[in-house]
Design a protein around this ligand. Structure first.
Ligand SMILES: [Zn+2]
Length: 232
């Protein structure tokens, strides 16, 4: 089941049980950020909200953000996640186009700039709408727990990315975070908790508790404040 939720003017969540995609609307065009974890008629849902031209962008390569990608002819993804995403789409005609740090999507009255924030995956991005002070964080910032186990995760890069986002938070480039998992929107303050949590896991001052996640796998959960990180 997928439900459209209006968060504020021009920002809709396309909500599924464990993940959400975003429809972000300007005066001239709209942008779909991610395509969900389970099959849904996203093009039909979007047409009920807007008939503006649509650009599709992916926050990262993980499968729970790519499910309905074959319903769209092309999508942008950071160049470091492009190949891994393409390998999950072998029977699809969707064309994947590479994104780089600093590229900007102009929607009319709203511009979204690409922040490359590696760590959760090598090509994870956040989109910053500084004019409206909103950050679309993918899986890089959320109450999570953020998945940080598996071959393509990288704790040092993740901490680096969080520190760069925290500099933007400190200069008040955004005051709310639209994330793909758990509560939304959330306060940017969670970035500080995520940094403490990731650093504590790395220097072993945080001892995670064993938990079984939905796939049946046992991992460790570290928490600081509202932030949580799954790791091994
Ligand atoms: Zn995810």
């Amino acid at each position: 089941m997928t439900t459209a939720v209006k968060y504020e003017d021009g920002i809709y969540g396309l909500e599924q049980q464990r993940v959400r995609a975003f429809l972000i609307i300007g005066t001239e065009s709209a942008l779909l950020l991610d395509t969900g974890a389970i099959e849904a008629d996203l093009p039909g849902m979007i047409r009920q909200i807007t008939d503006l031209p649509l650009t599709v962008v992916l926050t990262h390569r993980d499968g729970d953000h790519l499910a309905n990608l074959p319903l769209f002819s092309k999508a942008y993804i950071h160049e470091k996640d492009l190949e891994a995403a393409a390998s999950q789409l072998s029977l699809s005609d969707t064309e994947l186009l590479p994104l780089k740090e600093g590229e900007v999507f102009q929607l009319g009255g709203r511009s979204l700039s690409v922040n490359h924030t590696p760590g959760h995956t090598p090509g994870s991005i956040c989109l910053l709408d500084e004019e409206n002070r909103a950050l679309f964080s993918g899986d890089t910032v959320s109450y999570g727990p953020v998945y940080m186990f598996g071959g393509h995760r990288d704790f040092p890069s993740y901490i680096d990315s969080l520190r760069r986002l925290d500099q933007q938070r400190a200069r008040k480039a955004f005051d709310r975070v639209f994330c793909c998992h758990n509560s939304c929107p959330i306060s940017p303050d969670v970035i500080l908790d995520l940094i403490s949590c990731a650093e504590g896991i790395m220097d072993h001052t945080i001892q995670g508790s064993p938990v079984v996640i939905h796939s049946g796998m046992e991992v460790l959960l570290g928490t600081v404040g509202k932030a949580g990180i799954y790791y091994l």
